[in-house]
Design a protein around this ligand. Structure first.
Ligand SMILES: O=C(O)C(=O)C[C@]1(C(=O)O)C=C[C@@H](O)C=C1
Length: 291
């Protein structure tokens, strides 16, 4: 049995992702995303499951930055999970009579429900929690009728809270992608019964200095080889204003010819290229049953 660290407590979306890929393994809830990554880095777990990107709100910067700048570890898998947010209260009420003074949740969840909050509770104080389930656990403990939290159905059930508004995320097709990173402790590739839905190699590309047409040249190394890209993102190197690197997802596993050729071409241009991982992707959309 493997040890899988995830952003806890029980009832987070990250737990759903970890359970989907590792239903039989020991899942260990951690308080924050950095702590989840730290424990795997220090070989306290075999794998960490961490959110990386949401369809509405974009990149989970803390995950990306922490993995790149603090604790680099190979990405060995990714899974997309359908995300449905609900408004929860300590006591059962009609939505019309819900009048919280405060709404608590994870910043990503609050951002994904921004329009709902603006429309129904424009003057209510919004407070950040380490995770959606952590906000739910707090409300279960404090039974405060002036507070609502945003979390999933699993958290409502686990912590005995009532759903006072369902599906409050601003866009219907809401999904979050989670990465599986390896402590390098066991074999890097993990085994799952789920069929994979895609293949990705994630590259981090640092340009030598800002030169004209740099991004164009980087992209053409992939384009003429017909290497399909599914994501390109720039993040600050944190070495000074205007210094960026690119994270690029190529839609295939590392091979012997095309990707090494593209990397050699980028190296010849003076770019530094790090392979952050080459892995299968999974999705719960094939198997998910709407509740
Ligand atoms: O708070 C949770 O339940 C999480 O698993 C974190 C997280 C995130 O960081 O994006 C995961 C999925 C949703 O996008 C909202 C929150």
């Amino acid at each position: 049995m493997k040890k899988i660290g995830f952003l806890g407590p029980r009832g987070t979306f990250t737990e759903m992702a970890a359970k989907f890929l590792f239903p039989q393994d020991e899942r260990i809830p951690l308080k924050t995303i950095p702590r989840t990554i730290d424990l795997a880095f220090n070989k306290g777990t075999d794998y960490a499951v961490v959110p990386i990107e949401n369809a509405i709100e974009g990149t989970v910067n803390v995950t990306l930055d922490y993995l790149i700048h603090q604790k680099p570890m190979p990405i060995v898998g990714a899974v997309s999970i359908g995300i449905a947010h609900h408004l929860l209260s300590a006591s059962r009420k009609e939505f019309a009579s819900v009048a919280p003074k405060k709404i608590i949740s994870h910043p990503q969840a609050l951002a994904q429900c921004h329009r709902f909050i603006q429309e129904h509770f424009p003057d209510v104080k919004v407070e950040h929690a380490d995770s959606t389930a952590q906000a739910a656990a707090w409300l279960a403990k404090h039974q405060d009728d002036d507070v609502c939290v945003i979390a999933n159905r699993e958290a409502a059930n686990l912590y005995g809270l009532s759903i006072v508004a369902e599906d409050i995320h601003d866009y219907r097709e809401n999904q979050t992608r989670f990465l599986v990173v390896s402590s390098g402790h066991q074999q890097e590739q993990f085994v799952t019964k789920e069929p994979h839905v895609g293949e990705v190699t994630t590259l981090m590309i640092t340009l030598p200095s800002d030169f004209t047409g740099a991004l164009h040249q980087v992209l053409s190394a992939f384009a003429w080889r017909k290497l399909n890209l599914s994501k390109i993102e720039s993040r600050p190197t944190k070495t000074g204003l205007g210094n960026y690197f690119f994270i690029i997802d190529v839609q295939q596993l590392m091979d012997d010819v095309l990707l090494p050729g593209a990397i050699a071409e980028l190296n010849a241009l003076g770019c530094k290229v790090d392979v952050l991982g080459s892995y299968y992707t999974y999705s719960d959309q094939l198997t998910r049953v709407e509740k």
